[in-house]
Each structure stands twice: as structure tokens, then as C-alpha cells.
Design a binder for this molecule. Structure first.
Ligand code: NAP
Length: 309
């Protein structure tokens, strides 16, 4: 029987692992489908305190993992397929293992949101991607026009990064004002290779028949007019949705699937705590995720202490 199982190894999960490990709870940490979480898909993280020169996202996560392991966290590269939180001990199924545990810290983070087009789905990995850092340097995008969809920090970060490879980067945004932070906006506006396409959405990705991206159909949301824009890649950066499907009908959630916590990190099930992007629709920063992972660990430790465990 485990004392604590942490599900997820993003900033929230690994910070929860570090704190529960230092509390001598020997947490089992299940890394899931994306070890290291979303930060491993970013390039340089410039706003994590303590790194004035910035730090590579993957390196930051590897350091967090090493720190948690140093104090006794056990990382398993398993993805949880099923949970039963209806009774104690809680049961988690991961691969061929069934794990019994007194407490669970849910830190499953968020995944990339999709445009929802059939052509987007059919051309995924054939020019449609959700991660410039992962795919931007591929030969198919070199010296070609590229499209980034979105108006937040992710979109502008991807656009800036892609100017290293593409001949031109078009940022397609559905409004005429960006959601991104001022510093990211200034950087993008100054970059001569970035062009903004305002008040527009991608109505279709071309060309399914050729089995590769050759362009997009853009729709002006004000006039309704459509036009074709040639490009070799479509980088979708329109935000994230919480990875909480595992907990449907088990934990209380809002209509968008974010887990509802009360009194800090307590979920609707006693003994189950939640932290990071699967809870937070407001801040969604590496440092706030880490902070809430710390809070979940402290709440969990106090709960176990109250049981005399
Ligand atoms: P976000 O801030 O939620 O922005 C999503 C963008 O996509 C918005 O501009 C939104 O338009 C647009 N959008 C949403 N659904 C759409 C759809 N169906 N079709 C077309 N456009 C759509 O998400 P994010 O940029 O991924 O950022 C998430 C969080 O991570 C933020 O808190 C951000 O600050 C943080 N972040 C920080 C950095 C950094 O500091 N370097 C880098 C990346 C991310 P509207 O604006 O019209 O809603």
C-alpha cells in the first residue's frame, strides 16, 4: 500500500513529489504520457525565478525530477488508465499494475487544444503541429511560409521561434488585439519575419488530397470573406484543455473539465488533492503550478498525519 501516489510529472507533480518525499512519505510518481509535462515542449523559460539567463524547459524539468528523487521520490514511467476513488484504499490501474494508495495528488496538467477541423486531424504530423520547439526545425518547414494560430503567449513564442526556420511566419488571430503579455507582443512586433493576420480564423487546412500541408483557407470573421494563404506548416497554439478525463464522475469538475478544489488543493474526495494546470484556468504558469504542487503536498501530509499514518 502506498502513502501517496502523484499522477503527473510537470511542475506541479514534481514539486508535490519533492515535498512529500522530504516529508518521508516515499511518494510513487507516475510520469504518464508526457514525462516532464508541457514545459518540455517550450524552449527557454525566462520567467521561472532563480534563472536570470533563462533555462531550457526540458532541463528545468530534469532538475526538478532529480531533486525529488534525491529525497526518495520513486518515478515510474507508467500512464494511469483507470482510477477508482470511490472507496479507500484508492485503486489505480497503470499497465499491468494495480496500485493501492491512501492518498492521490492529481497533477495531470493540460493538453493542447485543437481547432476541431477534420483536415487538421488528417494532416497532423504532415504539416499540422502543436509544438514549434518539437517540430519547427523539420526540413519540411525550412525556408517556407508558416502559419501560427492564436494570440496568446504560446502563439507568439512559437512565432518568434519559427522565424529561425521559415521564410515568413503569419500569426492568425481571431481578434484584433493579442492576449499575450506585453513583452512577448513587443518582441513579435519588432520581428520583421512575423506578419499578423487579424480578425481571422483558419476555416480549412489544405491539402488533404496531397497528404501534406500546402496552405490554409482563412475566414475574416468581420466580413465573412475567405481567402487562401500558402504555407508549409500550421502551428496551432490556441491554449490548453485540462487532462482530467480519467476523473470524470469521480471528482467534481467545472463544465470545461477543470477539477474544483476547495480550501486550497482539496478535491471533492477526501484524500485526493489536485494541483497545477488541471485545476487552474487563471494563471497557468510554471511557477504557480509548482506552488500549488507544494500546497497539495502539504495538504496531503497533514491529512495523512491526521489519520496517524
Ligand atoms: P491562452 O493564453 O489561453 O491563449 C490562447 C489564444 O488562442 C487566445 O489568443 C485565444 O483567442 C486563441 N484561441 C482560443 N481558442 C481558439 C479557437 N478555437 N480558434 C482560434 N483561436 C483561439 O493560451 P496560451 O497562449 O497557450 O498560454 C497559456 C498560459 O501559459 C498563459 O497563462 C500564458 O501566459 C502562459 N505562457 C507563458 C509563456 C511565457 O511567458 N513565455 C509562454 C507560453 C505560455 P482570444 O484571445 O480571442 O481568447
Amino acid at each position: 500500500m502506498e502513502n501517496v501516489v502523484v499522477i503527473g510529472t510537470g511542475c506541479a507533480g514534481l514539486t508535490a513529489a519533492l515535498y512529500t518525499a522530504r516529508a518521508n512519505l516515499s511518494p510513487l510518481v507516475l510520469a504518464g504520457a508526457m514525462p516532464g509535462g508541457l514545459l518540455t515542449t517550450t524552449s527557454i523559460v525566462e520567467n521561472f525565478p532563480g534563472f536570470p539567463e533563462g533555462v531550457d524547459g526540458t532541463e528545468l524539468m530534469m532538475r526538478m525530477q532529480k531533486q525529488a528523487e534525491k529525497f526518495g521520490a520513486r518515478i515510474a514511467y507508467d500512464a494511469v488508465e483507470k482510477v477508482d476513488l470511490s472507496r479507500q484504499p484508492f485503486r489505480l490501474v497503470a499497465g499491468d499494475k494495480t496500485i493501492e494508495t491512501r492518498t492521490v495528488i492529481v497533477a495531470t496538467g493540460a493538453g493542447h487544444r485543437h481547432l476541431g477541423l477534420e483536415s487538421e486531424r488528417l494532416l497532423e504530423k504532415k504539416g499540422v503541429t502543436y509544438c514549434a520547439t518539437c517540430d519547427g526545425a523539420l526540413p519540411m518547414f525550412r525556408n517556407k511560409p508558416l502559419v501560427v494560430v492564436g494570440g496568446g503567449d504560446s502563439a507568439l513564442e512559437e512565432a518568434n521561434y519559427l522565424t529561425r526556420f521559415g521564410s515568413r511566419v503569419f500569426v492568425v488571430h481571431r481578434r484584433d488585439a493579442l492576449r499575450a503579455s506585453k513583452i512577448m507582443q513587443e518582441r513579435a512586433f519588432k520581428n520583421p519575419k512575423i506578419e499578423f493576420v487579424w480578425n481571422s480564423v483558419v476555416a480549412d487546412v489544405l491539402d488533404v488530397k496531397q497528404d501534406r500541408v500546402t496552405g490554409v483557407v482563412l475566414k475574416d470573421v468581420k466580413t465573412g470573406q475567405t481567402r487562401r494563404l500558402d504555407c508549409a506548416g500550421v502551428f496551432v497554439a490556441i491554449g490548453h484543455a485540462p487532462n482530467t478525463q480519467l476523473f470524470v464522475n469521480q471528482l467534481e469538475m467545472d463544465p470545461d473539465g477543470y477539477i474544483i478544489c476547495k480550501k486550497g488543493t482539496l478535491t471533492s474526495v477526501t484524500g485526493v488533492f489536485a494541483a497545477g494546470d488541471c485545476v487552474d484556468r487563471n494563471y497557468r504558469q510554471a511557477i504557480t503550478a509548482a506552488g500549488s504542487g507544494c500546497a497539495a503536498a502539504i495538504d496531503c501530509e497533514r491529512y495523512l498525519a491526521s489519520l496517524g499514518a
